[in-house]
Design a protein around this ligand. Structure first.
Ligand SMILES: Cc1cc2nc3c(=O)[nH]c(=O)nc-3n(C[C@H](O)[C@H](O)[C@H](O)COP(=O)(O)OP(=O)(O)OC[C@H]3O[C@@H](n4cnc5c(N)ncnc54)[C@H](O)[C@@H]3O)c2cc1C
Length: 385
């Protein structure tokens, strides 16, 4: 006796913020027979390991629009999705530090563009920076910029809010189910193989984060991405006293205080080898403490309670690859977000759902296609960590 082959309107691979938000946006557009496969549990990838910072202070119009659009969506997300918990979106701002005149010059150019696009960012004097963050040591500081609408959210609740809303609209989310193959025939996607069976579909969406390269390869698509470990730690909670996220591009670290009172801080190591590695090292904790305490010395009092790591998925220009692939119908991807995939996810999901359903797009993202690397049209964003 043969069993019926299962069919889906679309298959999403990956249960992080990108996959869950896109599932919701597709279902909102009437594509409700969507199946999402997640090999572990929702948020198991980069999403559940990230700092979930949301900043609009970018240097390129595309990034400003993506992050501003996402920020606006996050402001009313709980209500819009009917989520019964808080996503803990705290708009305490982002204070961007400049330790050189060169970076400050760049910040000034960025602010001009941000303001033209409606972002309420501004340059602040050293005195004002210290008013905004009273425990800031300004000895080495050359300048700073501030945007009061930037902030951070709880990545678990934000993802669950989307998943919850997607399920209500009929999306079938299957955790503990690993995709093992993508079936392609005559230039189009025809099905997806998992460790729990085969499903036929004409649309597959790669939202596999650090695993985006191997997933693309299953469809015969080669994408120029690699993954890289980034470490992060959290302190014991204390009475809130730091409003904004404080960040230094030059020194590669960021530090925020969550509504719960814990400080979360991370730092990128330029010598980190490529690959997937979830180990945590004492060298990271030591280096982070050294760098952050130079600027935020009062944090010295705090005990670190936990440290972990996750991966950035990185392209040659550290900007995502969004879209399909010429010559392969039905394959889409939203991958390669480096260290900023959380903050652009709400808008990315909407734009990708518009692309997949053939709806008119809210903004042009054609410059983020895979072929830009062949064309040599890399997107050079100055404000990237
Ligand atoms: C330490 C750290 C700090 C960060 N801080 C920020 C920040 O402040 N702001 C910001 O915007 N971004 C930040 N990021 C980046 C951000 O976390 C990512 O860009 C974002 O979470 C990517 O989401 P995603 O849904 O695309 O991928 P992921 O969350 O990685 O989800 C992909 C999912 O696919 C699943 N998967 C993989 N292979 C398969 C398979 N074969 N079958 C089924 N499922 C599979 C994985 O298990 C995973 O759950 C940070 C990242 C790290 C590591």
């Amino acid at each position: 006796m043969g069993s019926m082959v299962e069919t889906a309107g679309a298959v999403i691979i990956g249960g992080g913020i990108t996959g869950c938000a896109t599932a919701y946006e597709l279902a909102m557009r009437g594509l409700t027979d969507v199946v999402l496969f997640e090999k572990d549990y929702l948020t198991a990838g980069a999403t559940g390991r990230c700092a979930a910072g949301v900043r609009q202070q970018w240097g390129l119009e595309m990034n400003i629009r993506l992050s501003r659009g996402s920020c606006k969506i996050l402001e009313t997300l709980e209500e819009d999705l009917g989520y019964p918990h808080s996503i803990e979106f705290k708009q305490g701002g982002y204070l961007l530090l400049a330790f050189s005149g060169e970076l400050l010059e760049q910040f000034r150019k960025n602010i001009k563009l941000q303001n033209e696009l409606g972002v309420p960012s501004r340059e602040v004097s050293i005195e004002e920076a210290q008013q905004i963050v009273p425990h800031l040591c300004t000895d080495e500081l050359v300048g700073a910029t501030f945007c009061p609408e930037d902030g951070h959210a709880n990545p678990f609740h934000t993802t669950m809010a989307y998943a919850h809303a997607a399920r209500k609209l009929g999306v079938d989310i299957r955790t503990r189910t690993r995709v093992t193959g993508i079936d392609v025939s005559e230039g189009r996607v025809v099905g997806v193989q998992t460790d729990r069976g085969y499903i036929s579909t004409e649309i597959v969406y790669n939202a596999a984060g650090p695993h985006s390269g191997p997933i693309a390869a299953m469809a015969g698509v080669e994408i120029p991405v690699y993954s890289e470990r980034h470490q992060i730690l959290v302190t014991e909670p204390v009475t809130p006293y730091q409003g904004p996220m404080v960040i230094s591009f030059e020194r590669g670290w960021y530090c925020q205080q969550t509504p719960h009172g814990a400080f979360i801080a991370g730092l990128g190591d330029p010598s980190e080898p490529r690959g997937i590695n979830n180990e945590a090292t004492w060298q990271f904790a030591e280096l982070l403490a050294h760098e952050v305490l130079r600027i935020l010395p009062s944090l010295e009092e705090l005990r670190v309670v936990r440290q972990w790591s996750g991966q950035y998925n990185i392209t040659p220009d550290a900007q995502p690859i969004l879209g399909g692939v010429r010559g392969l119908d039905g394959y889409y991807m939203a991958v390669g977000f480096s260290g900023h995939g959380f903050m652009v996810a709400p808008m990315t999901a909407r734009l990708m759902a518009q692309m997949i359903t053939g709806e008119e797009a809210d903004m042009d993202i054609s410059m983020l296609d895979l072929e830009r690397f062949e064309r040599g049209e890399l997107i050079l964003e100055p404000n990237v960590v």
